[in-house]
Design a protein. Sequence first.
Length: 283
Amino acid sequence: MRVTPRKIRRLAGTFLHYLVLLIIAATVLIPFLWMLSTSLKGRGVLHEIPPRWIPEKFYWNNYAEVLFKHHFLRYSINTVYMALMVGIGQLLTCSLAGFAFARLKFAGRNLLFALLLATMMVPLQVMIIPEFLIMLRLNWIDHPLFLALIVPSWLAGAFGTFMLRQFFMTVPQDLEDAGRIDGCNIFGIYWRIFLPLSMPALATLFIFAVMSSWNDLLRPILYISSQSRMTLTIGLANFTRQYDVNENMKMAGSLFTLLPLIVLYAFAQKYFVQGITLSGLKG
């Protein structure tokens, strides 16, 4: 087989491509591997020079201590409940708003949609003070059902509404007409035709909403004061301040907080990609 200069250039390009990807992957993975290694070490070997990647003895009890003694298990239950409720609420409100903007004709539709998108440019820090005053008036601060953290997310989110609107606009008009012929009203068309077709988009939105709620720190700090109602982000922040020199315990808590998101991403990569491509559909 003759090796031509063109094939050599193509092989060299492929090699450089994979080499760059390998370097990027190593840059991302090395901090996580060091976090895992540190979380399994004892306090006496954290500052060894040269550093030891594989501990001589694995301190698995670090995780048990973080979970039970430092209440991370309780924080996890609170966070899972809050994140699931936020995700379910956004599926309902954003799908309704996206359907209305995509398929219904009413006065001021484009203006209202533009105003909704404009809210994406307003930082949360600008809105947090009036939002806090509203929650205070409603007596939702430190509520046992986390209403101050859940209910604001149920109001139609701009990103989720935009993404679902883009998807709904790609549904053929013939399907909507067929639903009307079969006797469906507007809500029936939304419920029986558009929602089943939009399952990939809904799954994408649900994952984004859960991850955003899981990582949120500002709202939980403002609205939660009882230790039994704290989320993982508050618990980890308090834990870091209390045990500033205990790196192994901090890394165990950080890894426990991060691991569910890593698993979620590993099993739902295609939905993240769809979330990017869906926002570029015709408008």
